[in-house]
Design a protein around this ligand. Structure first.
Ligand SMILES: N[C@@H](CCC(=O)N[C@@H](CS)C(=O)NCC(=O)O)C(=O)O
Length: 226
């Protein structure tokens, strides 16, 4: 569905951006909306047109008509509420008790970010390789494994985090898992996560929004132990 009043500013490989992109695609609005890829390495996310909408100068930055919504979680929830009619795939169950389970997992993803993404991936992105503190990385890897163990157990035999349906919990979680794989994790010690990763990676909304630069080059191969 074409919607030229809708605009998403995004960066390739950014997990929060990818969340919003997946929801747009699930709602059939990814192709139709104005979406503009910005280059973090050129500082494009700090340009005035972004700062006017998002004073933090972060991506994703989103506008739908006169409504400006930043923060990936808020964008996803806005899209689900505004465009989640019966003609689109529902990412939140209608039953309030079932929905609560999805909410819990959505918010639980903050642990994945603080225990895996920040200490293992972000740390390496922002620290020069010669300055990497290897003892610190070893300790962080131990904690990250414990976090991944938890998610592996949550998944168990299920197809998705909350059962057999793809939900907003999966939208929130998957991009961070994919970033881990992109940066070198094999997930060999976490078979349920690996199956989940393979399953969700094939989803049309995920394929349609796959980070373009991931198609062009290999990731950094940080991990031999995850
Ligand atoms: N909590 C925000 C985080 C957004 C965020 O940190 N985006 C990163 C890219 S992954 C960014 O724009 N970083 C640039 C900066 O913070 O200056 C969300 O979920 O949308």
């Amino acid at each position: 569905m074409a919607n030229k009043d809708m605009c998403l500013l995004w960066g390739s490989g950014s997990a929060p951006c990818w969340r919003a992109m997946i929801v747009l695609a699930e709602k059939g609005r990814w192709k139709g909306c104005m979406n503009k890829r910005l280059d973090f390495s050129k500082g494009e996310h700090k340009q005035s047109d972004v700062l006017e909408l998002n004073p933090r100068g972060q991506l994703p930055t989103f506008k739908d008509g006169d409504v400006v919504v930043n923060e990936s979680g808020a964008i996803c929830m806005y899209l689900e509420e505004k465009y989640g009619d019966d003609s689109t795939y529902r990412l939140l169950p209608t039953d309030v008790n079932e929905r609560a389970k999805v909410y819990q997992k959505m918010f639980e993803v903050s642990n994945m970010i603080s225990n895996v993404h920040v200490p293992l991936i972000r740390y390496r992105f922002v620290t020069k390789k010669e300055d990497w503190d290897l003892e610190r990385l070893k300790e962080s890897t131990k904690k990250a494994k414990e976090e991944l163990d938890r998610w592996n157990t949550i998944l168990g035999d299920k197809d998705y985090l909350c059962g057999n349906d793809f939900t907003m919990a999966d939208v929130f979680f998957y991009p961070y898992l994919a970033l881990l794989v992109r940066t070198g994790a094999s997930l060999s010690g976490h078979p349920a996560l690996k199956k989940f990763y393979d399953r969700v990676s094939k989803r049309p909304s995920v394929q349609a929004t796959w980070p373009p630069h991931w198609k062009e080059s290999e990731g950094p191969g940080y991990f031999s132990d995850l």
